[in-house]
Design a protein around this ligand. Structure first.
Ligand SMILES: [Zn+2]
Length: 62
């Protein structure tokens, strides 16, 4: 059984994933990152991602 101690909780979907990116000290999994990149700015989903991102930024400034 393979152990993956690097898994982090994605701030967008909440899943624990090994692959992804860090925005400041918050983790976004690869799947969500690719969704963000692929999502058109006019879509509701994109706004959802932006809102999640803003939560990080606001936390950084707190
Ligand atoms: Zn995710």
């Amino acid at each position: 059984m393979e152990t993956e101690p690097e898994n982090c909780s994605c701030i967008v979907c909440g899943n624990k994933e090994a692959r992804g990116i860090f925005i400041f000290d918050s983790f976004v999994c690869q799947q969500c990152e690719q969704e963000i990149v692929a999502t058109d700015a006019s879509e509701d989903k994109y706004r959802f991602f932006i809102r999640q991102m803003r939560r990080i930024w606001l936390r950084q400034n707190a």
